[in-house]
Design a protein around this ligand. Structure first.
Ligand SMILES: *Cc1c(COP(=O)(O)O)cnc(C)c1O
Length: 482
């Protein structure tokens, strides 16, 4: 793989695309941001776009589309049944993954709903390298339990391990021996991972897990929502993949699984989802649920325009220039922050830059939501919206006590091809300023706490007047800057 080197020696990722449609952004003054975050109950989900400068909440449904995707949307074939648009997607999926059958669904969690209804029975277990929020909810809703069998590297904040998303093979074998293969609904691999810093899974690990599943007649399932990032890391971090094309790596990955599902809000840079498999029996069983919950088999709850965009988006995902943009920008951001001493998850993964809020705000107790407080503070000082991934995102224990999270992270997602280098540098600058003033940041407490998924709608207040003090310090340091 060739790389562009700067004569100056500077090391910055170079965008291999040009911007042809733009959206105006607003950076409102810090006093206005203070009012906005107060009104939002210090919950970044409740902020309005008009008050946000850089929206780093998520990579879901907000990746930039290409000119070819937009053009394809104009020629979509609108019909309830038998749409040519659908057959184009089906054909592309078959070509890329090598799977025989494809079923459409309106997004990733819809696939999870249907798979859990078909495969999970009360008392069954789903071993996984790491859960995702919606996946776990659907498995639990159908009476199953999720067993996380990540390796000891997975939760280490700073590390040089290239594949922290790998599954622990010994734990998987032990679990099968202890519970019996018939109690395992399926083995689920998420590549790349979402909740543990976008860390990838190696092709070798997928192969090993696939072999164990076949030995025991257990269904192997891949959640490929974040596969674009994972393919990039396979290619640059795994010796056997170095000389393979992305298409070849994708086929080698797909060959390890009986079933693949994905959110096309991420994979394919559009909005939708789908399930791919080879088994005709499985296809027929799942098919019934698609027509019941999603729509007819040739749209599955998606707009035909989005289906066209996914088809082109998947094709474009086979291009290293395309898949490298996100991870390279993330690496730049992580390395800049690490150089300034800001605690971030390393090695850099996909999806976004993850700040370790427990280390950043080591004086804020976990029960006062350090990751939530950091999210609120970063919006305040920079107009940058991140997502809390820590205790606030957990559900309380049945006795009402806090369930303290394994990790307290503020995730700053970098939607693919959306932000420019100077915007990333601005975010780094404001994070570094905040780090230097971190002792001023206090905690949060709930004033409105929903009993389920409290992170979406909960409202909190600062535990002291730390936000007023931070605004005053910002003005003292940065004058009348926005
Ligand atoms: C986003 C995501 C999902 C859910 O997909 P939606 O389209 O948001 O419903 C499932 N798994 C992973 C790994 C994801 O990142």
């Amino acid at each position: 793989m060739s790389e562009v080197k700067f004569y100056s020696g500077e090391s910055v990722p170079l965008e291999m695309h040009k911007v042809r449609i733009v959206q105006k952004l607003h950076l409102v003054p810090i006093e206005q941001r203070h009012a906005a975050i107060t009104e939002a109950g210090n919950n970044t989900f409740l902020l309005k776009n008009r008050d946000i400068f850089l929206d780093m909440l998520t990579d879901s449904g907000v990746n930039a589309m290409s000119d070819r995707q937009q053009a394809a949307m104009m020629v979509a074939d609108d019909s309830y049944a038998g749409s040519e648009t659908f057959y184009r997607l089906e054909e592309r999926i078959r070509e890329i993954f090598g799977t025989r059958y494809f079923l459409p669904a309106h997004q990733g969690r819809a696939c999870e709903n249907i798979l859990s209804q078909v495969l999970v029975r009360p008392g069954t277990i789903v071993p996984t390298n790491y859960h995702f929020t919606t996946t776990k909810a659907h498995i639990t809703l159908n009476g199953g339990t999720v067993e996380e069998i990540f390796t000891s590297d997975a939760l280490e904040v700073t590390s040089e391990k290239p594949f922290k998303g790998n599954m622990d093979l010994e734990k998987l074998r032990a679990l099968i021996a202890e519970q019996g293969a018939e109690r395992i609904a399926f083995v689920r691999c998420e590549a790349g991972t979402n909740l543990i810093g976008g860390q990838p899974v190696s092709l070798q690990n997928m192969r090993d897990v696939g072999r164990i599943c076949r030995e025991h007649g257990i269904l192997a399932v891949l959640d490929a929502s974040l596969l674009a990032d994972n393919l990039y890391f396979n290619k640059i971090r795994e010796a056997e993949c170095r000389d393979m094309s992305l298409r070849e790596i994708t086929r080698a990955v797909a060959d390890q699984y009986d079933l693949i599902y994905f959110s096309a809000r991420k994979l394919g840079c559009a909005r939708g989802g789908g399930i791919c498999m080879n088994s005709e029996d499985l296809y027929k069983t799942i098919r019934e649920k698609i027509t019941l919950y999603e729509g007819f088999l040739t749209y599955g709850g998606m707009s035909v325009r989005e289906i066209e965009a996914i088809t082109v988006g998947l094709e474009e995902t086979m291009d290293m220039d395309m898949v490298s943009q996100g991870p390279q920008f993330i690496r730049f951001m992580v390395e800049e922050l690490a150089r300034k001493g800001v605690p971030v998850i390393t090695p850099p993964g996909g999806l976004g830059c993850h700040i370790d809020a427990r280390a950043f705000l080591s004086h804020v107790p976990q029960a006062e939501y350090p990751a939530g407080a950091l999210g609120s503070a970063l919006y305040l000082v920079g107009g940058v919206r991140g997502m809390e991934r820590g205790t606030l995102s957990e559900q309380r224990n049945p006795d009402g006590s806090e369930k303290l999270a394994d990790m307290e992270l503020l995730r700053l997602a970098l939607p693919r091809r959306v932000f420019t280098m100077s915007q990333v540098k601005y975010a780094v600058d404001r994070i570094v300023w905040l780090y230097e003033n971190r002792r001023m940041v206090g905690g949060l407490r709930f004033v409105e706490e929903p009993s389920i998924l409290r992170f979406f709608f909960g409202r909190l207040v600062p535990t002291s007047d730390w936000q007023e003090a931070l605004v005053a310090k910002f003005r003292a340091d940065l004058g009348d800057s926005l």
